[in-house]
Design a protein around this ligand. Structure first.
Ligand code: NAI
Length: 341
């Protein structure tokens, strides 16, 4: 089978990572088109990645007969509209998380996706393609931990990325910390337990970065979550991690516990010097999830070639967004929110 020809929209913080992977690290596909508002990003795609077609208008890109599939890495508020347009033009679609910011729009998008079962749709919950999370999932599914009773999740961005985050959040709505960060944890909780969330209570605080107030964002948010079978989750999300990028997950079951990345170590190197015994930390999402981003792109291309839908669906996008929106509402109203599943 010929290479799958891909067009990408968004060449920002994450778009460049996906674009490079599609151009260099994923076999069976060719990155042929790119769309961005920023000319320097398009120039980069042509000179560094060999892209042949560039666009400032997304609709023009999805109309191009050259491309078979679209990778959507634009800001979250555009995802639904862009997924629908690509689907309607007969393209396979990979979309970054969250699937959207508005429930009615997501439900409409899910209907469009379901009406075209021969086109592949995949959502970018890349942690499901990370080796450590996959290992943990196999243990849980084999019953090694017994019944899961509590899941504790940390997703804290590095303070070193504050400037670029404030720019990102100022340029377009991220959906807030629960939609932008905790959504990965919410997906993990649903994936590990195979249960839906029924209630949330969320709180948050800004302390060190007044610029976050100006863009309506939280420095630290936390949520208590109850699932339909009374299992629990505790979500901690943040933007102010001084040691790097801290993503950690703990699963507590009736027969045992496990932690994924109990300390967010960069690699297997231990340095012993005058400061003590030092393990360096992972610094950002492209570093921590480098392999996962490649794995998910490989899976998307494999699904197109093998004519099968991937495991992460639009429904997972809808359900996780419901929970993230409930967290935001709970933070705003200071009330316990029940979720209608
Ligand atoms: P960014 O702000 O760095 O880049 C946005 C890009 O989209 C720019 O190239 C801009 O020109 C382009 N763009 C904006 N509006 C557009 C439009 N209407 N049409 C065409 N191009 C448009 O954003 P970043 O951080 O790369 O995030 C993009 C998406 O990726 C977001 O949805 C975010 O939630 C997601 N993301 C996911 C991560 C993960 O861990 N899976 C990590 C970081 C981001």
């Amino acid at each position: 089978m010929e290479n799958i020809k891909v067009g990408i929209v968004g060449l920002g913080r994450l778009g460049k990572v996906h674009a490079k992977n599609l151009a260099e690290n994923v076999q069976g596909c060719q990155l042929v088109a790119a769309c961005s508002f920023v000319q320097e990003e398009l120039d980069y795609a042509v000179t560094e990645l060999g892209v042949q077609e560039t666009y400032k208008n997304y609709e023009e890109m999805v109309k191009s007969p050259t491309i078979d599939a679209v990778f959507i890495v634009s800001p979250s508020g555009f995802h639904c509209e862009q997924i629908q347009l690509a689907m309607e033009h007969g393209k396979h679609v990979f979309s970054e998380k969250p699937i959207g910011l508005d429930l009615a729009e997501i439900q409409e998008t899910e209907r469009v996706i379901q009406s075209r079962p021969d086109q592949i749709f995949m959502l970018g919950f890349m942690r499901r393609y990370d080796d450590s999370y996959r290992y943990a999932k196999r243990l849980v599914d084999a019953g090694e931990l017994g019944e899961l009773t509590l899941i504790r999740c940390y997703s804290i961005d590095p303070s070193s990325g504050m400037e670029s985050f404030v720019k990102f959040a100022g340029a377009s709505d991220s959906g807030g910390i629960f939609m932008d960060m905790s959504i990965h944890d919410i997906d993990l909780v649903r994936w590990f337990t195979k249960k839906e969330v029924s209630k949330v209570w969320a709180i948050g605080k800004n302390a060190a970065y007044p610029e976050l107030d100006k863009v309506g964002e939280l420095e630290t948010g936390a949520a208590m979550v109850q699932l339909e079978n009374q299992a629990m989750a505790i979500l901690v999300a943040g933007r102010n991690c001084h040691h790097g990028y801290h993503v950690e997950t703990e699963l507590i079951g009736t027969k045992g516990m496990l932690r994924v990345a109990a300390a967010p170590e960069k690699n297997l190197v231990t340095i012993m010097d005058e400061t003590g015994v030092v393990r360096a930390c992972s610094q950002d999402f492209p570093e921590r999830f480098r392999e996962a981003f490649v794995n998910e792109a490989k899976e998307f291309i494999a699904c197109i070639k093998e004519k099968r839908q991937p495991q992460v669906s639009a429904y997972d996008g809808l359900q996780s967004t419901k929970v993230a929106l409930a967290c935001r509402k709970s933070f705003e109203t200071n009330e316990l929110i029940e979720i209608d599943n």
